[in-house]
Design a protein around this ligand. Structure first.
Ligand code: GRF
Length: 236
């Protein structure tokens, strides 16, 4: 349950009970640029029944050759290619927003989408965009997070799923998973073990967002007090 001020008609539905309890499915729009292993993990969670009441409405890539895009086609999911190269960010994002709305997307999931979002994109889906980052934020934002963590010498590493706001890798944290850095690790093996945690964390985060138990309080995404009214008016 997310307290928010969604402006789009598609995003103002109140989800006061888990979607599995008779609500329309929560429709995901997945954005990716590359191999798409996080997307595939989400798709597998849905197919295995671990994300009830959630469906993938569309997979969008800004890179025509992205392996994740082909994987989505192979699964028979709706896909769209909106190439970003050479285009102004705001114009490209306007097309992506239109595509997401055309597919009646409730929740945008960035899954290796190698492109910063314009302020207009973030404002179009306030607290309705998730991203996954391969570090325990707020440590090591930006590119090559696993290498940054390894080089820094941390003893614990991990991944973060967070809502996207107008700042890089900054929004409210929805889920994190931590792993020890092993004496035998190098940056590559660490990244591989973090990736395995990412595949679990993203579905955990989506389940929290889709359900009725959590809400945003300040910077914190926390369990609602069960004694509170179950259905605040302006919530997902
Ligand atoms: C992941 O490490 C994710 O944390 C980062 O980009 C990578 C995408 O991997 N944002 P994949 O395309 O999901 O396999």
């Amino acid at each position: 349950m997310i307290a928010g001020n969604a402006e789009s008609a598609d995003l103002t539905q109140t989800r006061s009970v888990p979607v599995a309890e008779g609500r329309p499915p929560l429709r995901l729009g997945v954005l990716l640029s590359g191999r798409g292993s996080n997307f595939l993990a989400i798709a597998q969670s849905i197919r295995a029944g671990r994300l009830q009441g959630v469906q993938i409405a569309v997979v969008i890539s800004n890179v025509a050759e992205a392996a994740g895009l082909q994987a989505a086609r192979d699964l028979g999911l709706p896909t769209a290619v909106l190439v970003s190269k050479g285009r102004k960010r705001a114009e490209h994002d306007a097309d992506v927003i239109a595509c997401l709305r055309a597919h009646r997307v409730d929740l945008v999931c960035l899954a290796g989408y190698m492109r910063l979002l314009s302020p207009e994109f973030v404002a179009a889906f306030p607290n309705h965009i998730l991203n996954i980052h391969p570090s325990l934020l707020p440590a090591f934002p930006g590119l090559e997070a696993q290498q940054q963590a390894f080089d820094y010498g941390v003893k614990v590493a991990g991944c973060t799923v967070h809502f996207v706001d107008e700042h890089l890798d900054n929004g409210v944290i929805v889920a994190q998973r931590a792993i020890p850095v092993l004496e035998t690790d190098d940056a590559h093996s660490l990244a591989e073990r973090i990736l395995a945690e990412e595949h679990i964390a993203y579905s955990e985060a989506i389940a929290r967002v889709a359900g009725a138990e959590y809400e945003i309080r300040g910077r914190r995404f926390v369990k609602r007090n069960p004694r509170d009214d179950p259905a605040p008016a302006a919530a997902v």
